[in-house]
Ligand binder design. Sequence first.
Ligand code: CA
Length: 226
Amino acid sequence: MMATVLLVEDDAHVRQALLRELRLFGHVVSGAGRALDALREVAAGGPDVVVLDLGLPDLDGGEALKMLRAVSDVPVIVATARDGEQEIIRLLGSGADDYLTKPFSAGHLHARIEAVLRRTRTATRSETLTVGALRVDVDRREATLEGRPLQLSRKEFDLLAHLARHAGRVVRRQELLAEVWRQPGGDDQTIDVHLSWLRRKLGERAAAPRYLHTVRGVGVMLTAPE
Ligand code: CA
């Protein structure tokens, strides 16, 4: 798993040695000696992962981490000579993804980089729900039917995504009110109106449902047509 790595370390010897070795592992690596240079590079959208030394000349490591988090959700591995448990807990709590205690080998760092990327890449992989020829990309908030994009309002999309997540089972009206409208005990008619809009956008009629099935007195079910 190759990555673009930004190594923030003010000790030029340590930095050069790690850069060289990380390149041997196949990573694309750049270095920064100061926190502000690192922030600039991260804000420009560069690295897949940041390795952040906590003892930098211009900013306290904890501050640097906070500022990094303000501009990006890039995974950060903090490198610390201080191995106090409280310090590590505090850093993990303020947005570090992992830590290494100095001194460490490039091999160890490489293994941590791979582990962090495995976790974050799995977590950010977009959730796409498929029901028959209907595809719902939850993160990008896009839905297509037979490859054609559906123009859905915000609530229509939320409704479709919730039904798609529970495809093949009847979703009760109370559940839709609670989960999609976030108002348990809300107005039933709201659901009916949105369902009829959604149905029209799916190109079907209540009398001849394909995907969207109303179960009278119970709820709604999204399912792939036979
Ligand atoms: Ca340092």
